[in-house]
Ligand binder design. Structure first.
Ligand code: UDP
Length: 239
């Protein structure tokens, strides 16, 4: 069995990544596959924390554009991430992976409150921890939550799951000449406004020297390869 390249990872999954071919909600097929891939990584002894988005259900900015108060809309977005986290926990436990959901907003009849020391303890005991409700604050994204939690729990890397195999100079679906970067600095991402994570999330990683790996989660086995040290996708780090 290969030696893992990381001891503790924070994997950021977008809500949209749970939809599969659908336009809304959670695909049982996709969530089962994700859970089985996370189980394989856990089986290597890697400590796994997850941050899950909510874009497959609600996005605050979209609701606000339709006329809703932005803060209320963001509260709905954060609650959407809790639903996704519970679905992920269910799928992981079906795979035999002990999992705890910890929410940044108090809903402690359905999951635990986020308490950093408790999260660290869960990870040390080999449990997968799913961080839900983003940062708990409106006007942020779950990408920023991923950077924040990764720094808080001393993760070795933020692994950002996307639908393409890394960061491109333009949208590769629309532009056939789009070039894929294998390596970028934080400042290149910020200056060129590359679609990796939002600027708040990138700055948080930059200021704490936390590498970001962007990879294609739709390719079966890609996560395991990456955790075993394959240089797939794009690495964002200090220059
Ligand atoms: N959100 C928020 N604060 C946070 C994280 C998320 O208000 O710290 C809300 C926001 O409305 C966002 C929604 O939750 O649109 C879902 O998160 P996100 O858009 O990041 O999900 P993803 O794009 O990863 O599916």
């Amino acid at each position: 069995m290969s030696e893992p390249a990381y001891k503790r990872i924070l994997l950021k999954l977008s809500g949209e990544g749970l939809m599969g071919d659908g336009e809304y909600g959670i695909s049982p097929r996709v969530i089962r596959r994700l859970a089985s891939e996370i189980r394989e990584v856990r089986a290597l002894g890697v400590e796994v924390a997850l941050v899950i988005g909510g874009g497959n259900i609600f996005r605050g900015a979209g609701l606000a554009a339709a006329g809703m108060d932005r803060v209320t809309a963001d509260h709905m977005g954060m609650l959407a991430t809790v639903m996704n986290a519970l679905a992920l926990q269910d799928a992981l436990e079906y795979e035999g992976v002990f999992t705890r959901v910890m929410s940044a907003i108090k809903i402690n009849q359905v999951c635990e409150d986020y308490i950093r020391r408790r999260a660290m303890r869960h990870l040390e005991k080999g449990r997968v921890v799913v961080f839900a409700a983003g940062t708990g604050n409106p006007f942020f994204t779950t990408d920023s939550a991923a950077s924040l939690r990764a720094v808080e729990i001393n993760a070795d890397v933020v692994i950002k799951a996307t639908k393409v195999d890394g960061v491109y100079s333009a949208d590769p679906v629309k532009d056939p000449n789009a070039k894929r970067y294998s390596h970028l600095t934080y400042d290149q991402v910020l200056e060129q406004r590359l679609a990796v994570m939002d600027a708040t999330a990138i700055v948080m990683c930059r200021d704490n020297n936390l590498p970001i790996r962007v990879f294609d989660m739709t390719r079966p086995g890609a996560l395991l390869d990456l955790v075993c040290g394959a240089s797939t996708g794009t690495l964002v780090e200090r220059g």
